[in-house]
Design a protein around this ligand. Structure first.
Ligand code: KG4
Length: 336
């Protein structure tokens, strides 16, 4: 089954063709990063307009790269939640029109479920159940993946997402947008114990996280050192920050994994590309005996292939969108 999959929830327009949920035939992406860099963050209205410009040529490009024609498309899928609503709606309306025009089923996909499915593309042997840490620019969740389409939310950030924190700190350091990649490169060789940064604890909800205190403490450290005319040891600052993020994410993930006892732990989303988080998960899983599944670096960020992968399993479970399908800015992952 060939699924044409569309992703437009933030600042990447992406269209992919995926066969039977596991084989990527093409994965075309048009990034808007250059445009949003001018503003130091995503400008939602600009994102929507850029998606409109990019999506149709990108779909043709995806077909061409796959060596397929429109007649070979068996279903059309799209991210319909969560995301920047104007941006999501561009993909939803494109997918609705394409499915209507081609007379094929329409499959709505939850964006974070798509991130989880990036692991099916990287690891052909991975099947649920497993525990997944989902950490990106907009979401930070610990998810019990009971089956391909039955998921339960075990823990989540109470405020900022992990990726958002990397972006805000990087912006104040002036090292680029989005900031996660530059912060990761800066941290190489730094001393992760040099700067003291806080770790959070949410009373009564041990698997929930908080990143706003960490973000504020990191920003204060930068501002205070500037005001005093001191020079921060930037690699050590970035390494200390990355370690603090990993300390929020990894122990909670491992506690949830131990509770469930599946023996399988996965990670998903843009922050799954972070070298400190990856290493911390590797070390923790080596200690616990859980098998670790990390997505290929190329599939950590937003892409269409992951939406096509999840769409196949949503289709098998009977999920269909109709012509009244709407986009949602927020939606819990367990609702699909
Ligand atoms: O998954 P993604 O592309 O978009 C969302 O669905 O949100 O994630 C983007 C986020 C950004 O905040 C970006 O800074 C972060 O992922 N990111 C990283 C790294 N690469 C991307 N964060 C930490 N370390 C990285 N290497």
């Amino acid at each position: 089954m060939n699924i044409l999959a569309v992703e437009s929830s933030c600042d990447e327009t992406a269209v992919a063709l995926v066969r039977d949920g596991r084989t990527v035939l093409s994965d075309a992406i048009a990034s808007q990063v250059e445009m949003h860099t001018l503003y130091g963050g995503v400008v939602p209205e600009i994102a929507s307009r850029k998606h409109i410009e990019a999506i149709y040529p990108l779909a043709n490009q995806a077909l061409e790269q796959a060596g397929l024609t429109r007649k070979d498309i068996d279903a059309v899928a799209c991210t319909y939640a969560p995301g920047l609503i104007g941006a999501v709606l561009v993909g939803v309306n494109f997918a609705k029109s394409a499915a209507f025009g081609l007379n094929v089923p329409l499959i709505p996909v939850h964006h974070v479920r798509g991130h989880i499915a990036a692991n099916y593309l990287t690891h052909p042997d991975l099947e649920p159940p497993f525990l997944c840490l989902c950490c990106s620019g907009g979401n930070t969740l610990i998810v019990d993946v009971r089956s391909y389409t039955d998921m339960a939310l075990l823990g989540a950030t109470r405020d900022d997402a992990a990726g958002e924190c990397f972006d805000k700190v990087a912006r104040v350091l002036g090292i680029g947008y989005p900031g996660g990649g530059p912060m990761d490169r800066l941290s190489q060789g730094g001393d992760p114990k040099k700067y003291a940064l806080p770790r959070s604890k949410v009373d009564g909800a041990p698997l929930d996280m908080s990143f706003s205190g960490l973000k504020t403490a990191a920003l204060n450290l930068i501002h205070n050192s500037r005001q005093k005319g001191e020079t921060l040891d930037l690699p050590s600052f970035a390494a200390s920050f990355a370690q603090a993020v990993a300390d929020e994410l990894v122990p909670r993930t491992m506690a949830a994994a131990a509770q469930l006892g599946y023996g399988k732990v996965a990670c998903a989303g843009g922050v799954a590309a972070n070298s400190t988080v990856r290493r911390a998960l590797e070390e923790a899983c080596a200690r616990s005996g859980d098998r670790l599944y990390l997505p290929a670096l190329s599939l950590c960020g937003d892409n269409g292939a992951m939406i096509g992968a999840q769409a196949y399993y949503e289709y098998l479970a009977g999920r269909r969108g109709d012509w009244s399908l709407n986009g949602c800015a927020t939606r819990s992952i367990d609702l699909g």
